[in-house]
Write a protein that binds this ligand. Structure first.
Ligand code: M6R
Length: 370
């Protein structure tokens, strides 16, 4: 059933181009307007939404955090991300104009389900972004946007994560459409760019596997890893760190690059591996330049630097010891390609250690207890 792959995780990473294109499929009417799957919410209600609260756990919460950057930019309403188990046990401010978005691959995560029920009790509408048809979370929600990633077997989420970003982006574009915060042409342009992403992910899979495997070999004995990113690169850094914890049992932490000097840089010692997600160099804007200086800073303290960067970045080569390249794309869409080398890297590290890639110790695919 693994279709010739060593593990389900390997197979599922290689299915990411398809997961993205299938999640985009069938969402548009003939006139190019976006549609959701099952919606028991009136378009007028969507129009009145003035805040989004994403509830999720683990990787799904990082997908939500990626979407925050895009949705706030497109729809101009605040988007908060809250771990479902934290949300549930406090007194969140929800109104009928708040849209709660529950993101879950399995649709059965108890923490997320309890948070969803809590939100509905407070009178909020809940939209589920889910990969499992007919599971509990979408059944209990007011609207559903399915990720069409196909069944995900490996405990470590990979293709579902990229599909969650795509679905959350579609939700953002849908809200921009009903609220009129973007021109139709702008929305279409982004949709076209999204449609080009499967090919870009494929490029990473076809061209970067060797350098990633070689780097894993070099790093096999490392005790810990730091991951740094800014903007959408920040949740990608946290996701990369989570993969390495889950399947390679290696201590790793994702930070916002701007936090370095507020503490984490004290961890950097001779040979410490630091993985940095570098934003697009186009225009060499503040974001790009700041991340490049973060690489410089950790390098000056002896770090072994691994960068994920856009092909043709003229600056990164001066500072990074190793580079995982990705094709050109806009900053907001870059998480879809940038997470791929991090998933492959964690998998290669776990392979070297002969760990069970699909069933890491202590973890379950779906956490059905609180
Ligand atoms: O099924 P869900 O998306 O609700 O699961 C949420 C988390 O348990 C899940 O993403 C977990 O963090 C994965 N093992 C990450 O690889």
């Amino acid at each position: 059933e693994k279709g010739g792959w060593d593990s389900y995780m390997d197979k599922e990473i290689h299915e990411e181009p398809l997961a993205v294109s299938d999640t985009l499929l069938g969402r548009f009417s003939v006139d190019g307007d976006l549609n959701l799957d099952e919606v028991r919410i009136d378009e007028d209600v969507f129009r009145s939404i003035d805040k989004i609260v994403v509830i999720a756990c683990g990787s799904a919460s990082y997908a939500g955090l990626v979407a925050k950057y895009a949705i706030e930019h497109w729809v101009r309403i605040p988007v908060e991300i809250e771990l479902a188990h934290e949300f549930r046990y406090r007194d969140p401010i929800l109104t009928p104009r708040t849209l709660v978005v529950a993101i879950s691959q399995s649709g059965e995560t108890m923490d997320t389900l309890m948070a969803l029920r809590h939100a509905r009790e407070q009178g909020s509408r809940v939209l589920a972004i889910c990969n499992t048809q007919g599971s509990t979370i979408p059944r209990e929600s007011d609207a559903v946007l399915y990720t069409h990633a196909g069944p995900e077997i490996a405990v470590a989420s990979t293709k579902a994560f990229v599909a969650q970003i795509v679905a959350a982006y579609l939700l953002g574009l849908y809200l921009a459409q009903v609220k009129g915060t973007m021109y139709r042409d702008e929305i279409r342009q982004i949709v076209d760019n999204l449609k080009a992403m499967p090919e870009k992910i494929q490029w990473v899979l076809d061209n970067q596997a060797d350098v990633i495997a070689q780097t894993a070999d070099r790093m096999a004995k490392a005790h810990s890893f730091l991951f740094l990113g800014r903007h959408v690169g920040y949740p990608v850094a946290m996701e990369g760190a989570l993969k390495l914890k889950e399947i390679a049992y290696t201590f790793s932490e994702g930070f916002a690059a701007g936090e370095l000097k507020h503490g984490p840089i004290a961890l950097v010692d001779e040979g410490e591996p630091v993985v940095v997600i570098v934003p697009s160099p186009r225009g060499r804007d503040v974001l790009h330049n700041k991340v490049i200086s973060s690489i410089e800073e950790v390098k000056a303290r002896g770090a072994f630097t691994i960068a994920v960067a856009e092909v043709g970045d003229p600056d990164v080569e001066h500072y990074a010891d190793v580079i995982f390249w990705r094709p050109e794309c806009s900053t907001l869409l870059s998480p879809l390609t940038d997470v791929v080398p991090l998933q492959l890297f964690a998998m290669d590290m776990a392979k070297l250690k002969h760990y069970d890639i699909d069933k890491p110790r202590n973890l379950a695919k779906s956490v059905t207890v609180e």
